[in-house]
Design a binder for this molecule. Structure first.
Ligand SMILES: Nc1ncnc2c1ncn2[C@@H]1O[C@H](COP(=O)(O)OP(=O)(O)O)[C@@H](O)[C@H]1O
Ligand SMILES: [Mg+2]
Length: 233
């Protein structure tokens, strides 16, 4: 098992963002976590990366208890997050934004950076421009490129399709499938339930911080209650 979360609780004061949440990801899997605004999806990813400290529960990654590890240590060991809203710094160039992904690591080489530019030719063409010139789709590619530069084993993405046109959403999801084929495991948080269940092998549905449904993506996609609750929009 690549990631094993056992009975995780996250609280903000009296607000219980996650309750007794257990989740597993196998090596090479794409797993999706779905749920409405406020369900606790971002809190889950932040807890895995170490940005919020859980009130209870365990997180094991690649065989190690990571609960006491700092964020940079988790990144060095293979966890990366493409955050909600992309978090591109528009006062920096494309290249400077990309390099931020290498920051926690000491072993990023020029060849690693070249590989990102080869994958994302739009970024290569704009490498010395302000990141403010990028379109929404290009900003999402930059956020993904930045995460890839930390050489993750498990990449977590927080609503990456938000705000993208249907065509760009298609491109994004085929990129995610490609990365997965190349060996990357993915934890994909989405509100685009239909697309997420197409690329994932398994899914978890969160409601108010609890897992209310989980199973193979094909079963969730066929679930009538889920269809009427989330997929009908
Ligand atoms: N920094 C914070 N302080 C207080 N409450 C928060 C904070 N971040 C999130 N919450 C609350 O925790 C719950 C889960 O939020 P979040 O994890 O952002 O959900 P989602 O990503 O599914 O929209 C919500 O009720 C939200 O208002
Ligand atoms: Mg969120």
């Amino acid at each position: 098992m690549l990631l094993e979360i056992d009975s995780l609780d996250v609280r903000y004061g009296r607000n219980h963002a996650l309750q007794n949440l257990s989740l597993q990801i196998d090596h090479g899997e794409i797993v999706t976590v779905l749920g409405a605004n406020g369900a606790g999806k971002s809190s889950l990813l932040k807890a895995i990366l170490g940005m919020v400290k859980p009130a209870a529960g365990q997180i094991r990654f690649d065989g190690a208890d990571v609960d006491r590890w700092t964020v940079p240590k988790r990144v060095r060991n293979g966890l990366a997050l493409v955050p909600e809203g992309r978090q591109i710094l528009t006062s920096l160039t494309v290249h400077e934004n990309l390099l931020m992904g290498a920051y926690p690591r000491r072993d990023v080489r020029a060849a690693d950076i070249d590989a990102i530019y080869q994958r994302f030719s739009n970024l290569a063409a704009r490498r010395d421009m302000s990141a403010s010139v990028l379109s929404g789709g290009e900003q999402q590619m930059l956020a993904i490129g930045r995460a890839l530069l930390s050489k993750p084993v498990l990449m977590m993405l927080d609503e990456p399709s938000l705000g993208l046109s249907p065509l760009l959403v298609q491109e994004l999801f085929s990129l995610l499938q490609q990365l997965n084929t190349d060996g990357l495991s993915l934890l994909l948080v989405e509100q685009n339930t239909n697309m997420a269940l197409k690329v994932a092998s398994r899914g978890y549905i969160l409601e108010l911080g609890r897992v209310v449904l989980q199973g193979p993506a094909v079963a969730l996609a066929a679930d009538e209650q889920l269809q009427s609750a989330y997929l009908g929009e």
